[in-house]
Write a new protein. Sequence first.
Length: 115
Amino acid sequence: MTNEPTDIQTIMQDGKPAFVVIPFDEFVRLFPKAPRRVPQGDAIPHEVVGLTVKKGYTLVRAWREYLRLTQAEVAEKMGISQAALSQMEAGGKRLRKVTLEKLAAAMGIGIEQLR
């Protein structure tokens, strides 16, 4: 898909422009700091899966990057050091349920989305 102006749609209301629809890649480019949507239940966004497959990230790191959080931000919310979170993201050990619960809460996602 190209990002030509033809991909932009204007939605009219009462004969006047009310909304503009743009391709998602263009939205991300224009608003890099915009918060990402977290799906309900155990769903995992395509972008998170892509980071695990294409870049080999663990789900913990993929979620953190998708949500545009730093290691320092997540570690602070968990009450641990950034170095400890870095080790968790490396994926060398299986994380305990209590740790997964803290990670999920710190990132605002469900525990099932980290399994």
